[in-house]
Design a protein around this ligand. Structure first.
Ligand SMILES: *Cc1c(COP(=O)(O)O)cnc(C)c1O
Length: 343
């Protein structure tokens, strides 16, 4: 943000803000193309994968994926592990009523994830859809399914770029930018070009994977300033040592916070150890009557957004890439102090 600030009015001596540039102008094209190349580097993407920017947030992909990958009457399997997975499933079902749920997280109040093997995959499923990190309930797949019967698709909105990934186990990965990448509204889609089916029906242009890819993420005016900010984030991550380095920091941050919660007599983490997210740490107190006091004091001391999701209650610490380790240390001290004075 400091870098963006310093060149906000005058990008590299052009006399223009990135915001003022045409999306066909050479400085912007450089930003766009370099950002895609940096992202390929970070993810170590094989050449058969396309990487494309889309508008419309992660939610647009809930519609775009079935449009691009299903023909009339076809089906896909969804692991419904949280709010976002459910939305994706319901959106697909609206247009392709044969899609199926292969796991219903409601049975465990969304604190557990399925072990997905080929046995669980329905005959004829064109893909298996997962949410790799469930932002609201704080669960994540520590390791990913390896499937032969159907390609694996994942919504990685709340964790892309936070850890190393076995890219080749996936055929589609997408992420809304706002958690780990950049400003909201921008979305990244990574897909295996060899697995994209022939188009059998019209697809709206702004959802059409091959059209957007052939036009280099520049079919219409893309969210240019958001792409510029994402480009700075990719360069920052490369300077920091890439995804392996981010993963080491993120695992350390999450572990110390979960350790503190496990050792607490007032607070507890709601998710069993093997499903715990490193990005979204969901916890509750044994004494609900202290919750509003805890939140008010937290806010007073500068801890923002600790309130749990509206249907979940309790607390959630989102500790994305941008949260420094010291921020987690401060939160742990705050939790301990609250426990000492109120527990
Ligand atoms: C935040 C989030 C979304 C929604 O993103 P929008 O950009 O608001 O559409 C979808 N999936 C996951 C996993 C998320 O965390």
């Amino acid at each position: 943000m400091e870098e963006a600030n310093s060149e906000f009015l005058n990008y590299k001596g052009t006399g223009m803000s990135v915001m003022e540039m045409s999306h066909r102008e050479k400085h912007f094209l450089n930003i766009l193309n370099e950002s895609l190349a940096d992202l390929r580097d970070l993810l170590e993407l094989p050449s058969r994968y396309a990487v494309v920017y889309f508008p419309g947030g992660a939610t647009l992909q809930f519609s775009a994926i079935p449009y691009n990958y299903l023909a009339t009457g076809e089906s896909a399997d969804f692991a419904v592990t949280g709010v976002w997975a459910k939305k994706a499933f319901e959106e697909a079902k609206k247009f392709y009523p044969n899609v199926k749920s292969i796991f219903n997280g409601a049975d465990s109040k969304y604190t557990e994830l399925p072990t997905i093997t080929d046995d669980l995959v329905n005959e004829g499923a064109k893909y298996v859809y997962i949410t790799s990190n469930n932002t609201i309930y704080g669960t994540r797949y520590k390791t990913f399914p390896k499937l032969k019967k159907a390609p694996l698709f994942a919504d990685m909105t709340s964790e892309l770029l936070s850890r190393k990934l076995p890219i080749e186990d996936f055929s589609v990965i997408f992420a809304g930018a706002q958690k780990n990448i950049g400003p909201s509204g921008l979305t990244l889609v990574i897909y295996d070009k060899e697995k994209l089916p022939e188009q059998t029906h019209p697809i709206p242009n702004l959802m059409n994977y091959s059209l957007m890819e052939k036009n280099g993420s520049n079919y219409n005016t893309p969210p240019t300033y958001s792409i510029y900010i994402a480009s700075l984030v990719f360069k920052y991550l490369k300077r920091k040592g890439g995804l392996a380095a981010m993963e080491a920091v993120n695992e350390r941050k999450a572990k110390k916070l979960y350790d503190a919660l496990d050792a607490s007599s007032l607070f507890y983490a709601t998710v069993p150890e093997n499903f715990r997210s490193a990005m979204n740490v969901v916890f509750r107190s044994h004494n609900d009557s202290l919750d509003s006091k805890f939140l008010a004091l937290a806010e007073e001391q500068g801890f923002a957004g600790l309130k749990g999701y509206r249907d979940v209650g309790g607390f959630r610490a989102s500790i994305y890439n941008a949260m420094p380790e010291e921020g987690v240390d401060s939160l742990i001290s705050f939790i301990k102090e609250f426990e000492r004075t109120h527990g």
